[in-house]
Write a protein that binds this ligand. Sequence first.
Ligand code: NAD
Ligand code: GLY
Length: 351
Amino acid sequence: METVKVSASKEYTVHIGSGILESIGEKIKEIKRLCRVVLISDDTVFSLYGEKVKKSLTDSGYSVCEFVFPHGEDAKSLENFGKIMEFCAENSITRTDLFVALGGGVTGDLTGFAAASYLRGVDFVQIPTTVLAMVDSSVGGKTAVNLNAGKNLCGAFYQPIAVYADCETLNTLPEETFNEGCAEIIKYGMILDGEFLTFLQNNDIRENIEYVIKRCVEIKRDVVNHDEFEKGERKLLNFGHTIGHAIEKCSNLTISHGNAVAIGMVIATKGAYEVGMSDEDFSDTLIPILQKNKLPITCEYSAEELFRASLSDKKRSLDTMSLIVPEEYGLCKIMKLPVEDLQNFIEKGMN
Ligand code: NAD
Ligand code: GLY
C-alpha cells in the first residue's frame, strides 16, 4: 500500500492500494473512534460495493445507516444536499459521528459539502471509486453542489480525515469513465511535471495505475499544502476547467467533466499560442496523449456559446478572467485576460 500525507488545515493520509475495502472498518478505526456512520453513495456504486463496506464497518463496531441517491452529475444538487441534512437530523446524527463518501467525484463533492454543513461540520472520509476521484476530487478539500447558473457554485473548502483509494474498484468502471479520469491525470503532467508528461507519452495509464494515482496525489498534495484556499498556485489545477465548465453547462451536463476538461485544455493551449500568451504550441504534445487515452479534443458549441456559458465562472473578477496556459513543456502559468477578450481567445483555440 502506498501512502501520501497531506498537511493542509487538517493533516490526513491518502492510502492507495488494492483490496482496501475488505478491511475498511479496521482502517478507519485507526483514526476515528467507534461512532455512527452515514454511508453516502450513488445507486450504481452502492450496488457494487455498499454491502462490503457496510459489513466491514459493522464488523469493526460502527453503526451504519446509508443514504443512496440516483447516480449522475444532476445528483450534485441543493435538493440532495437538503435531503442528506434532513436524513441526518431524522437519524439523530451528532457532531462526533462520521460521513463516508463511497463513489466518484459526484458523491465525494456532495458528501463533503454535507459534512462541512451538518451541525457546522462533522468528520468525513473519502473512498473514491473512479480514476477522477482518486487523482483529484477526493484530495484537497474542495466540496460543492451545482446551481442552475453553473457548476460547483455553492460549496466549501473542507478536508476529509482520510482517503482510501482501492484500485480494485476500478475494474468495474466502464471504459469511458476510466478514460474520463485520464484527462485530470494528463492535466497534472501539463501543469507541473514534465517528467510525468513524458511518462504518459510513453506508457499506458491502466498498466501503471497505482504509480500514476500516487504521482498525481503527490502533485496535488504539494499544491494544496502551499495554497489550500486557492489564492494563487492552486489555480493551476483549473487548467482546462474554465472552458470545460462552459462545455458541461452548454451540454446540460451530458458531456462529462473529464471529457469537457480534455476539450477545455486543448482550447486553452491552442488559444494561448494563437493570442501570444504562450511562445510554443503545446497542443502538439497534448493532443496525442489525449487521443491515446480516447479523450475528445473538440466540441460542437460555438465560441460565443462557450463564452456566454463561462461568464459565471468562479475564476472571474468583474472585468478579468484567470486563465491557465502552458509556459513550458510540463509547466503552466496563471494569466489574467480581460473578459471582453475571452471570446476571441476561445475562437482562436477552436481553430
Ligand atoms: P461520478 O461520481 O458521477 O462517477 C461517474 C459514474 O461512474 C457514475 O455513474 C458512477 O455511478 C459510476 N461509478 C463510480 N465508481 C464506479 C465503479 N468503481 N464501478 C462502476 N461504476 C462506477 O463522476 P466522476 O467522474 O467520478 O466525478 C465527476 C465530478 O467530480 C464532477 O462533478 C466534478 O465537478 C467533480 N470534481 C471535483 C473536484 C474537486 O476537487 N472536488 C475535482 C475534479 C472533479
Ligand atoms: N480540482 C481542482 C482543485 O482541487 O483545486
